[in-house]
Design a binder for this molecule. Structure first.
Ligand code: ADP
Ligand code: MG
Length: 332
């Protein structure tokens, strides 16, 4: 969740209510930072003293926005331009807890699942780069690897030697799992749940649900690298994700394979990401809305091989394309 407030009563009140419920909060008075986190946050609270400035940014309309403060006229004035519900203080403080406990905030961060349309399309790279792009914008993200034969996504980030659990340690998880951040390998603000190279694991539905549920409570975004084999875990990932991206290479075989993946995983609600040219035509052929195009980037294979992906600059065109994908409003 995002709290747009300077130091003061609103930040304190929302912060403590969120802490009481073990929710992760990004608090900022920096409008650029707030704008970057705007679409991804599950709920947004805006302190009245920043209402005018946030409204001035004309950000995309979204649900789950609350305007908090004690000045009734300011609340009345800015609630419509922001599309926000009003929480007047001090009386509304009591139901702040209820707002946090209800649906949106409780269910947690968005879950973005990445599907590769064909072998070597670049799905793992895209999933890792989306998680990195979120972290470069100041958000925390979790990257979850579901490809048992992908070699482990920790390699892509160069943290294959990092201490911490991989799927084999998590495969019996169930129910409510506490915050795992201290146990998992991390790089900057990216927490990684990787497959292991030592033993392959058949991740089943219940552990996947339990791990994703805890990750989305403690991060701003969860990205899943689904892999290409149809397994219990990959079908479940397709089901529980809040946004599905199908990455297709624009070649005859790339499109043919992507059409099969789309059908097998039942990705009728997916958005298309095209690697290559003529993205619009590829989207038409596959019958999916185009979320964006990612460039071929000569620096990528070597960076990925060295585990240097995380050190690519945010200005790198590939990472910029990823940031653009993230900034899009998820389809309802
Ligand atoms: N946009 C891109 N430009 C250049 N090379 C890329 C791009 N995306 C991925 N690659 C390279 O393609 C290869 C396969 O990528 P990977 O992400 O492992 O694909 P997948 O997970 O779909 O099998 C890797 O060598 C990777 O570095
Ligand atoms: Mg892969």
């Amino acid at each position: 969740m995002l709290v747009v407030a300077g130091p003061g009563p609103v930040a304190d009140l929302v912060g403590s209510a969120a802490a009481a419920q073990d929710l992760s909060v990004q608090t900022t008075s920096d409008l650029a930072e707030a704008a970057a986190a705007w679409t991804q946050a599950n709920v947004v609270f805006i302190a009245e003293e920043l209402a005018e400035q946030v409204a001035g940014r004309a950000l995309a309309r979204r649900g789950g926005v609350f305007l908090v403060g004690s000045d009734d006229s300011a609340l009345a004035r800015w609630s419509a331009p922001l599309g926000a519900e009003v929480i007047p203080l001090p009386s509304g403080g009591a139901w702040l807890g209820a707002v946090l406990d209800s649906g949106d905030a409780r269910s947690g961060a968005p879950i973005l699942a990445v599907f590769g349309g064909s072998g070597g399309a670049g799905a793992s790279t895209l999933a890792a780069a989306l998680a990195l792009a979120a972290s470069q914008q100041g958000q925390s993200s979790a990257l979850v690897d579901l490809d048992p034969l992908g070699g482990g996504i920790d390699l892509l980030l160069g943290i294959e030697r990092a201490q911490g659990w991989r799927w084999p340690s998590l495969r019996t998880a169930e129910g409510h799992v506490g915050d795992l951040r201290g146990y998992l390998p991390q790089l900057d603000k990216v927490t990684v749940v990787s497959m292991s190279r030592e033993s392959d694991v058949d991740v089943t539905t219940e552990p996947l649900r339990a791990i994703i549920a805890t990750l989305r409570r403690s991060h701003d975004l969860v990205v899943i690298d689904v892999g290409r084999n149809l397994s219990t875990a990959s079908s479940e990932a397709a089901r529980i994700s809040t946004r599905r991206l199908l990455l297709a290479v624009s070649s005859v075989r790339g499109i043919a394979a992507a059409a099969q993946v789309r059908q097998r995983f039942g990705l009728d609600e997916a958005e298309l990401v095209v690697r290559g040219h003529q993205a619009g035509t590829v989207a038409d052929v596959l019958g999916l809305p185009l979320a964006g195009r990612i460039p071929h980037n000569k620096a990528l294979p070597a960076a990925a091989d060295r585990g240097d992906l995380a050190w690519l600059s945010a200005r790198n065109p590939y990472l910029r394309a990823c940031a653009k994908l993230l900034a899009q409003r998820p389809r309802p």
